[in-house]
Design a protein around this ligand. Sequence first.
Ligand code: PEP
Ligand code: MN
Length: 274
Amino acid sequence: MISKPYVLASRETQTEDTIVSVGNVKIGGSQLVVIAGPCAVESKDQIMETAAQVRESGAVILRGGVYKSRTSPYAFQGLGMKGLEFLKAAGEANGMPVVTEAVSPELAVQMMDLTDMFQIGARNMQNIELLKKVGVLGKPVILKRGPSATIEEWLLSAEYMLAAGTKDIILCERGIRTFETNTRYTLDISAVPVVKELSHLPVIVDPSHAVGFRDKVSAAGLAAVAAGADGLSVEVHPQPDKALSDGAQSLYPEQFNKLMRDIEAIAPVVGKIF
Ligand code: PEP
Ligand code: MN
């Protein structure tokens, strides 16, 4: 008898950790993985340069948005499918699978051949038709927590995709909305051990969107690793001051490299291989 409203996502249904394979990368269990890249793909040169830098520091999956759900309609909206071609090429040139956000069921279908993993953005966590479609497509998915979603609502969104057919879901805590204004959102660190108890799915943390300011991203990322996260997703830009989106929270490549070396020191303490 399963006591939770989410069934397939529950630890009661599956006691062992789910390990998600993305290309040659495994996420979950004792592995610790870092996904890195710019908020948005801005040009071929920008994504190639970023990919080489984050790979050199030890990132194993390349991220980059090509359809950006911006708060303002006048802000940079992304390069679309052309950007995805650049992302895929940069991933291939550096031996990294790639992840990008799918913002609609139609675009998810179009993107199938050019991405190794989908991301469902925080704003779309309860876009039910998108969840169902991405679940049917069967590619690995990062499901971000909505900024106002409870853990139970988040796990029920994962349940939609599991029920539709995919097994490969990674949950990503990226900060929730609270009364605090010194950070962009509030990183719910305790969600990591809570979700790991409730679900067998891997849990990663995005410290970049959570805190919103680059000088605090590494502290939040290290805290997430210490809390037992299975990985991080970090925004890195070769020239954050010139970034077309989320520059304020994007790490300089040197800062990212320092964060990676600090993760190396913490990982063994929590029994992770890095
Ligand atoms: C992102 O990862 O680029 C992003 C837009 O994040 P979120 O959906 O968490 O705001
Ligand atoms: Mn971003």
